[in-house]
Design a protein around this ligand. Structure first.
Ligand code: UD1
Length: 428
């Protein structure tokens, strides 16, 4: 298995191109199942998760054309055409690799009147059930059974609009049900819907495909069902998690980097938090300029919350950054019950972190020291890269397949700015 080797202590200088958002690209790809015409997506990041979902869609019958393969920073173009759905089963082998595969459930059942989607099973950051997706589809009139580890959904006469009030915010359930509602009869109201920019990006694309959606970006989304959707072109928004991660890399290593294509608007609370922590962030005409002077980092508390709060997907990176800030900080995770797997690894590098239930108390140390560490999940793995940039000596990170799910050419992007980060290929 490949490893990432980081030699810390070198400030970052230069520019980094921010890719299209993975968490927008995946639901957008699933939306191609809603029409027999071509959905063209541009700015698609080159990531393992994109390939995993493409494999799933192909076995449902989607033809996928690809342009821009290679090192282009602005991502590739995918043309997805689901003329015929040849198979409505999403098998365990593919779904267990990536939970976002469950996003095919809503589109398949609303277009074909049936879907059989494997339950994803456990994952490193928590139990993450799909009960809100299932209840919502039942409210839209689907009959649902759970058989042999599969959700079996049936709506032979089509779905019918309804009011669905979520007991708490779920990004995936909002996306799945919004897609399902597009082809349902009548009006669907999604109350306490997720307001994440990636949900809004999906809604924008669905509207371009002929859907009738109101309230995008608010907590009440109203969909008037239409009888069919058509093809569209859609450009994917910038990845706000990648933006926040590289901004924090500048904090960890020091230096000055322009994040090309990044949007300050997309990272509101994150930008406020990073400024409070001692970084300088300024919008430029190409993106965002981030600087951090030596010794500027100060302990800053964060609590993860649904958007517009601080994202859970930046919690691990923030903890790495706070490990080398002056003073103490408290990081509280409210979205997932088990998203602290990076703590023992950061501790191996000299971080002073105490866990108390859903909160971690971090007492900043002047310097971390490099060590061999293990990636445990996608965002945890990049937190170790950040810690490696802040550390003296060499850090090697194992199980980097986690990193490859969500960060495109990370070692190239960082080393182009002077970071000593390289991939050590496993002997094959
Ligand atoms: C979540 C994050 C998203 C992040 C992604 C990957 C939130 C609100 N969601 O999205 O920002 O990009 O993980 O890390 O921050 N849940 C249920 N039943 C359901 C659906 C969800 O109990 O049917 C729970 C989950 O276990 C979790 C919470 O609700 O505790 C939010 O989950 P959800 O937003 O659906 O997860 P993702 O869509 O994966």
């Amino acid at each position: 298995m490949d490893q990432i080797r980081v030699c810390g202590g070198k400030p970052l200088q230069g520019e980094i191109h921010i890719s299209g958002a993975k968490n927008a690209a995946l639901p957008l790809m699933a939306a191609s199942l809603l029409t027999d015409e071509t959905l063209t997506l541009t700015g698609v990041p080159h990531l393992a998760d994109i390939a995993t979902l493409a494999n799933l869609l192909v076995q449902h019958g989607v033809e996928i054309g690809m342009n821009g393969e290679g090192a282009a920073c602005d991502g590739r173009e995918l043309a997805l055409k689901a003329s015929y759905i040849v198979n409505t089963t999403a098998p365990y082998d593919l779904v267990r690799k990536m939970r976002a595969s469950a996003l095919v459930l809503g589109p398949l059942v609303t277009r074909c009147g049936e879907a059989r989607v494997s339950l994803p099973g456990g994952c490193a950051i928590g139990t993450r059930p799909l009960d809100l997706h299932i209840k919502g589809l039942q409210q839209l009139g689907a009959e649902i059974g759970l058989e042999n580890g599969y959700i079996e959904a049936r709506a032979p006469k089509g779905l019918v609009g309804a009011e669905i009030a979520f007991p708490f915010v779920s990004v995936g359930a909002t996306e799945n049900l919004m897609m399902a509602a597009c082809l349902a009869q009548g009006e669907t109201r999604l109350v306490n819907a997720a307001r994440e920019p990636e949900v809004a990006d999906l809604a924008k694309c669905l509207v371009a495909m002929g859907a009738n959606i109101d309230g995008v970006g608010t907590d009440t989304i109203v969909v008037q069902g239409v009888s069919r959707l058509h093809g569209a072109h859609h450009h994917i928004i910038a990845d706000r998690i990648e933006t926040g991660t590289y901004a924090m890399a500048v904090g960890a290593a020091g230096g000055a980097v322009e994040l090309i294509g990044a949007s300050l608007e997309l990272i509101g609370v994150v930008a406020d938090t990073l400024r409070a922590a001692g970084l300088t962030l300024d919008a430029t005409d190409r993106g965002l300029h981030v600087t951090c002077e030596p010794g500027a980092l100060v302990g800053t508390d964060v609590m993860t919350e649904p958007y517009p709060g601080f994202p859970t997907d930046l919690q691990a990176q923030m903890m790495a950054l706070m490990s080398v800030a002056q003073g103490a900080s408290m990081v509280t995770e409210t979205i997932f019950e088990n998203r602290f797997m990076h703590v023992p690894e950061l501790s191996r590098m000299g971080a002073n972190i105490n866990l108390h239930g859903a909160s971690a108390m971090i007492r900043g140390v002047p310097r971390l020291t490099g060590a061999p560490v293990m990636a445990t999940d996608l965002r945890a793995s990049v937190s170790l890269v950040l810690a490696g940039l802040a550390a003296s000596g060499e850090t090697t990170i194992g199980r980097v397949y986690h990193l490859d799910r969500g960060y495109e050419r990370l070692e190239e992007k960082l080393s182009a700015c002077g970071g000593e980060v390289e991939r050590i290929k496993a002997a094959r």
